[in-house]
Write a protein that binds this ligand. Structure first.
Ligand code: PEP
Length: 254
């Protein structure tokens, strides 16, 4: 399975000039790197403006969120069809910062997943426990989040989808999970998806890791032989072009 590395810029950078500079630098730097999908999720306002450089590059665009309705009186919201029309291909759904600061619930996440799929976009579902579980413990809470996010989907739906396992305690803290812990979570998530949506979806799904990833630790999370982690969702380190390019390089070399 081809790996995927997604840059989550969150609410950065502050001005367009910096955003397009970072985008261009990454697009140029990853051009020759083979067998990997590279995705950048900038703030909404930059999405249409970064399109120019994208034609020549291998970088795809993601949105950091989407609303579940297509149009109407929903002040401040952005719909999946609007994103699709801008050339966006992936949408991050249920990031822990949205769950924490904006009250996003599992039910809302579920509606967003369905809307994004209906629009022909690829969801990147984020799940992760808030506090560190005991070593060797199966992340039951994460399993429940996955089930609630995917409930009501038909067998076969979510094919080619992405699930990012991001332990909340590891995000932005400088303390990543261990590769063993992350792999255990990946196997468990894939099993849940298999039970819910069937083998086709479980086999085409990419489970990726997020939480204090940097160029030094990225490769250690990738475990291809047992269908463990097959990519990364990168926050802080994605704002430094050289570091992010190095992450992409090391993941692709695994
Ligand atoms: C994230 O926000 O998705 C994330 C993984 O952040 P960081 O890499 O900064 O821990």
């Amino acid at each position: 399975m081809k790996s995927i590395v997604i840059a989550n810029w969150k609410m950065n950078p502050q001005i367009l000039r910096e955003a397009s500079g970072l985008f261009r630098a990454v697009a140029k730097g990853v051009r020759g790197i083979k067998n990997i999908d590279v995705v950048i999720a900038p703030p909404f306002v930059y999405l249409p403006l970064l399109e120019v450089g994208r034609g020549k590059s291998v970088v795809a665009l993601a949105a950091q969120d989407s609303f579940w309705e297509d149009r109407g009186a929903y002040t401040g919201e952005i719909s999946p069809t609007m994103l699709k029309a801008l050339g966006v291909t992936y949408v991050i759904i249920g990031h822990s910062e949205r769950r924490m600061h904006l009250g996003e619930t599992d039910e809302m996440v579920n509606k967003k997943i369905k809307a994004v799929l209906k629009a022909g976009l690829t969801p990147v579902l984020c799940v992760g426990e808030r506090t560190r579980e005991r070593v060797n413990e199966i992340p039951v809470f994460v399993g429940e989040q996955v089930k609630k996010a995917l409930v009501g989907l038909k067998k076969g739906e979510f094919k080619n989808g992405v699930i990012a396992y991001e332990p909340v305690w590891a995000i932005g803290t400088g303390t990543p999970d261990t590769p063993e812990g992350a792999t255990r979570a990946a196997l468990y998530i894939r099993k849940i998806v298999r039970d819910m949506l069937g083998g086709n979806v479980a086999d085409s799904l990419r489970v990726i890791y997020g939480g204090s990833v940097n160029a030094g630790n990225a490769a250690s999370f990738i475990s291809r032989d047992i269908r463990g982690m097959e990519g990364m969702l990168v926050g802080g380190a994605s704002l430094k072009a050289e570091e992010f390019i190095e992450i992409v390089r090391r993941v692709s070399a695994q």
